[in-house]
Design a protein around this ligand. Structure first.
Ligand SMILES: NC(=O)C1=CN([C@@H]2O[C@H](COP(=O)(O)OP(=O)(O)OC[C@H]3O[C@@H](n4cnc5c(N)ncnc54)[C@H](O)[C@@H]3O)[C@@H](O)[C@H]2O)C=CC1
Ligand SMILES: O=C(O)C1=N[C@H](C(=O)O)C[C@H](O)C1
Length: 255
């Protein structure tokens, strides 16, 4: 039985995880942590912050807010608990803290827990490399009207992968409001749309001379992120300290 502490348990993704983990006979939620601890009647104790949590878990699954990360990392280090974090909107400093923490405990981070988007990340990097700088690259991401960070963590994941394929010579342009210069071929445009209940859609456009390629991933349900996080939790509880992501699982499952 894997004992899970769910950080952000009363949020939208937290509720999805509660539902999915209750259906999994190999998992027990031993505690939740949430800024808003009394929002729902839970069958496990819920604490307002990580430091107050009394239960011991085999792993923490986190879908919350980037402002919670420091306290969460302190908790993981002091209790030696592995962490699966899906939270987006992280700064460079946040990533450095996660990497430092991974020297002591296994850390798994992915801005998108679906298997599909991780394949798309490889595809767009390959497309960028193959098509070269005569194709302009623009990314459009669409999400629900409750999302607080923009652009999405996934959009950053995609453009970082493309940028690496171009030896990091690309410049990210966030929207074009107020810009009066023409586009440079080193630019990658990034555009965020927010509306309704859109679960998550990411399109990378490669617009070349007289031809266009568009690669789109559409999430149809939040369950794919929840199931991916559960898979990551089962994976990471068997690992030694280190920094892991979806590729670690995909590579393990590839013959
Ligand atoms: N990597 C992935 O596959 C996915 C990542 N996400 C990310 O997960 C995060 C949460 O998403 P949602 O559930 O939609 O948001 P939400 O706003 O519905 O839920 C966040 C929950 O975290 C709690 N929270 C906020 N600050 C906290 C703190 N300092 N300490 C403890 N709890 C705190 C809130 O009270 C809330 O219940 C976002 O960053 C989102 O981008 C969401 C879906 C998929
Ligand atoms: O907030 C969301 O909902 C999502 N956030 C992640 C992101 O920022 O990329 C992943 C997914 O697209 C849903």
């Amino acid at each position: 039985m894997m004992k899970v502490i769910l950080h952000g348990c009363n949020g939208k993704m937290g509720r999805v995880l509660v539902k999915l983990m209750k259906e999994d006979p190999e998992i027990e939620i031993v505690a939740g942590i949430d800024h808003n601890p009394e929002k729902y009647m839970n069958t496990f104790p819920v604490y307002g912050q990580a430091g107050a949590c009394k239960e011991k878990g085999d792993v923490i699954i986190d879908f919350s807010h980037h402002s919670a990360l420091s306290a969460l990392i302190d908790y993981c280090i002091s209790t030696k608990t592995p962490l699966v974090t899906a939270t987006t909107g992280l700064s460079g400093e946040d990533f450095t803290k996660l990497v430092d923490c991974s020297k002591d405990v296994p850390i798994f981070h992915s801005a998108n827990m679906s298997v599909g988007i991780n394949l798309v990340t490889d595809l767009v990097a390959r497309a960028g490399k193959t098509l070269g700088s005569s194709f302009d690259i623009e990314v459009i991401e669409k999400h629900h009207n409750k999302k607080v960070d923009s652009p999405s963590g996934t959009a950053f994941m995609l453009v970082n992968a493309i940028n690496e394929a171009f030896e990091n010579n690309k410049e990210f342009i966030y929207g074009r409001h107020g810009k009066t210069d023409v586009r440079k071929d080193t630019h990658i445009g990034i555009h965020a749309v927010r509306g309704g209940t859109i679960v998550g859609e990411h399109t990378v456009i490669f617009a070349g001379p007289d031809e266009i390629i568009e690669i789109t991933h559409t999430a149809l349900s939040k369950d794919i992120f929840g199931l991916g996080a559960i898979q990551a939790a089962k994976f990471i509880t068997k690992q030694t300290p280190g920094f892991y992501n979806m590729n670690s699982i995909i590579q393990q499952n590839t013959i």
